[in-house]
Ligand binder design. Structure first.
Ligand code: PHE
Length: 347
């Protein structure tokens, strides 16, 4: 028995020397020290030896077990180091390889269009002012001369944030940038005003190729002592020629908004057909670019300006539509659906 043990030890230590990988080590452990290992079998059989042999064999077997375990641990550490070294070697970084280029991003087409609009109005002395997206019913409608139940509210399908019944002035997502007119007037009084108010607007409506339920507008507001309709038309004409091209003609039509009096809509001759009539202008020869008008006396006084002394004009420009016309985009949904194939064209 003792001889058999000695032989087992020699053999085990030898084969341990040959283990190169963690898998080899595993196999070795199972073969000798595992539940079904050779040494474990001997240790188990000690009980069936004649009583006088048991202590000697038992003691030897336990000594060997301890030595093999120590040898195993040492070897395992060595194998792990080797394996790590091999892996590091194989995956070595070649710092002389050329790097992968990091593509730079670019502005979104809406941001670019907004900045073009800011630049044009900046030249005419308009400052950029931002109002809030979440508004009160009062700002979005009431103070703009649309009391509750005013039929003109029908023009703006609204996302409500709070219950209409329980609040004095319920919250909503602004349906247009016009509430910013009131905010600027209240902040600037009694200074004259010349600002544009860009921002996102929200309308509870069906999404189609021509209308999104979120879109940008740029509101314009000028308030002063002797501001007239001529100033408004001049400003819109100057804008249209800078934005769409110097040859543009502008057409003014009468319109209706509760917060302007008189109200107008401004069209440009179609940038595609020059007024002859085509698919883009629906064969009318004209494209609408803005709703506008002279600030209604009620709105001026809601902003703190006495309408007997002050007058003003306001306009609301779209942002996505003009970009669509300029770049020949036929579906507004492309703007915010994050298809890079579309967006990358405007880098
Ligand atoms: N707020 C109007 C709209 O959303 C546009 C507008 C702005 C009209 C300012 C007149 C003056 O349709």
């Amino acid at each position: 028995m003792l001889e058999q043990l000695a032989q087992l030890e020699t053999e085990a230590l030898q084969s341990l020397e040959e283990a190169r990988t963690l898998e080899d080590l595993d196999r070795w452990y199972h073969a000798y020290l595992g539940r079904k290992g050779a040494l474990t079998a001997i240790l188990r059989s000690v009980g069936s030896l004649p009583p006088e042999e048991r202590p000697v064999v038992g003691q030897r077997a336990n000594e060997i077990k301890q030595r093999l375990e120590a040898a195993y641990n040492a070897r395992a550490e060595g194998v792990r180091q080797d394996q790590l070294a091999r892996e590091l070697e194989a995956g070595a970084l070649d710092v002389t390889l050329p790097g992968r280029p990091v593509g730079s991003g670019h502005l979104h087409i809406t941001t670019r269009t907004l900045r073009q609009i800011y630049a044009i109005f900046a030249e005419m002395g308009f400052q950029v002012y931002e109002a809030r997206d979440v508004e009160t019913d009062e700002m979005n409608f009431g103070l703009l001369n649309m009391p509750p139940h005013h039929p003109a509210r029908e023009m703006w399908d609204t996302f409500w944030i709070s219950e209409r019944a329980t609040h004095a002035s319920p919250l909503l997502l602004r349906t247009h940038t016009s509430p910013g007119q009131i905010r600027v007037m209240r902040e600037r009084y009694p200074e004259p005003i010349r600002v544009i108010l860009p921002g996102k607007c929200y309308r509870y409506e069906q999404i189609t190729a021509r209308s999104e339920h979120q879109f940008f507008q740029v509101e314009g507001l000028a308030v002063g002592r002797r501001i007239t309709m001529t100033d408004l038309i001049g400003t819109l004409t100057a804008f249209a020629r800078r934005f769409y091209g110097a040859e543009r003609r502008i057409r003014i039509r009468g319109s209706y908004f509760p917060f302007t009096e008189p109200s107008i809509e401004a069209d440009i001759d179609c940038i595609l057909c020059g007024g002859k009539g085509c698919r883009v202008c629906k064969y009318s020869g004209w494209l609408e670019i803005a709703g506008a008008g002279m600030v209604h006396p009620v709105v001026l006084s809601n902003g703190g300006y006495n309408p007997d002394e002050w007058s003003g004009f306001a306009f609301g420009l779209g942002v996505e539509r003009p970009a669509m016309l300029k770049y020949g985009i036929d579906d507004i949904r492309l703007f915010y659906s994050n298809d890079l194939r579309f967006l990358r064209q405007f880098g």
